[in-house]
Design a protein around this ligand. Structure first.
Ligand code: FES
Ligand SMILES: [Fe+2]
Length: 426
């Protein structure tokens, strides 16, 4: 089914994609899918953290067996924050009066109660899984579906970079931006890479696939670039190389709301290098992580306040692309106003995503049948000139990927603060 849009075409009444708190239509839909919410590397054994996901608060911890547990934010006794408690085995003991809860949320001890009533007290607990260096959780009702796998990544013999950033606006602006190619030549005009014919955004096609939307655009010479959007908030694309020794790379992204005005992008980059080349690439990546002293989020605010111009920003910032996208997306407002916009033909990808969301969220609200999104080996990205033939070479020489965390040091700090939230505003 073709979903190309005519200028200023509006789909039927749009659902509210932006609000994802408990009980909202979009929030209930998103909760039916596994979502990445944290980096495995950031969660040490025995150190619980408060975690905010889709405007809901939780406690995330790693038990002594290594198991990851996600439970309520507050103790059912008298409500103190459970992240201040102690991990004992895989259980969690409250800081205030020592009630103890097993990993499945069952209350197993009430030290000050003569006759304990544990069997009548539980914490809600949610399924978790670690995969590709990320912690995935399922917050939906009913049994969790199988966690979708990405064999291109977990069976890859090269290098996988694990990445993420915080953006201080609603997640759906970033979802829409995935299939908005005409922004590249403007938002990213300073980047050499954007001139590789990507940025003009003409000749765009967006069609429904088994997984979401296949988004194709043709360059003047007829070469195609194909990107894959996965419902409800995943994107799989071929990216331009960011290192002299990398011929091509693929990226997989998820956009996950912390609340309605800020979200995380979790990302994995698949890079076909191994052996000594991989070591050299890794070393350069480690250097890049230290090179940023001011977070892109702060620079974007200064630019949007009119105090600084992007012209004044060092063009060699390794997170320049993020800063540029911050300016465009946060510049739409913390929650974009979709009631007064004027979409055109080049917004065909944005409209395609909205139509699927409208259809599925409405079906869910009305008790209708939802599409089961699946991805097979044919639903992969492709891009001109970035031959993926070298994939085979790397995959043949090793059996599992080598992972490297590439988040800039300042980014880690800022995103953990946002995900953990401010205790004084809870
Ligand atoms: S508030 Fe947790 S044991 Fe009292
Ligand atoms: Fe962008």
């Amino acid at each position: 089914m073709s979903m190309s849009a005519t200028a200023n075409q509006r789909s039927t009444k749009m659902v509210d994609y932006a609000r994802t708190g408990p009980g909202t239509a979009a929030g209930q839909y998103l909760r039916q899918f596994w979502q990445p919410v944290y980096h495995s590397a950031d969660l040490a054994i025995g150190k619980p953290v408060p975690l905010r996901i889709m405007s809901e608060d939780f406690t995330l911890y790693r038990g002594e067996s290594g198991r990851v547990c996600l439970v309520d934010a507050r103790c059912p006794h008298r409500g103190t924050q459970l992240s201040s408690g102690w991990v004992e085995g895989d259980a969690l003991r409250c800081f205030y009066h020592g009630w103890k809860f097993a990993a499945d949320g069952a209350c197993v001890e009430q030290p000050a109660e003569d006759s304990s009533y544990c069997d009548r007290v539980t914490l809600a607990s949610h399924p978790t899984q670690e995969y590709l260096g990320l912690i995935f959780v399922f917050l939906g009702s009913g049994a969790a579906p199988e966690l979708p796998r990405f064999p291109e990544f977990d069976g890859f013999g090269g290098l996988i970079e694990i990445d993420s950033y915080l953006r201080e606006c609603n997640y759906f602006q970033n979802v829409e931006n995935a299939l908005d190619m005409s922004h590249v030549g403007f938002v990213h005009r300073d980047n050499e890479a954007s001139y590789n014919g990507i940025g003009r955004g003409a000749q765009l096609r967006a069609e429904e696939s088994d997984w979401g939307v296949v988004y194709t655009f043709a360059r003047a010479d007829g070469q195609l670039r194909v990107q894959q959007f996965g419902m409800p908030n995943i994107f799989y694309m071929t990216a331009l190389p960011t290192d002299p020794e990398i011929g091509w790379q693929e990226s997989l992204f998820w956009w996950v709301p912390i609340d309605d005005v800020q979200h995380m992008q979790f990302g994995l980059h698949r890079i076909p290098v191994s052996g000594e080349t991989a070591e050299r690439v890794k070393a350069r990546r480690q250097e890049r992580r230290m090179l940023i002293d001011t977070a892109h989020q702060h620079v974007a605010r200064e630019i949007l306040r009119g105090r600084v111009s992007l012209r004044d920003v060092d063009k060699n910032r390794v997170d320049l692309v993020r800063l540029q996208d911050d300016i465009a997306q946060v510049g739409q407002g913390r929650i974009a106003d979709r009631d007064h916009e004027r979409p055109g033909r080049a917004d065909t990808g944005v409209i395609a995503i909205r139509r699927l969301w409208d259809r599925e969220v409405t079906a869910r609200e009305n008790g209708g049948t939802l599409k089961r999104w699946t991805r097979d080996a044919k639903i992969v990205p492709r891009a001109w000139g970035l031959a993926t033939a070298s994939l085979g070479d790397a995959a043949a020489t090793a059996t599992s990927p080598s992972f490297v965390d590439v988040r800039p040091t300042v980014e880690i700090d800022i995103q953990l603060n946002a995900m953990h939230g401010d205790p004084l505003t809870r």
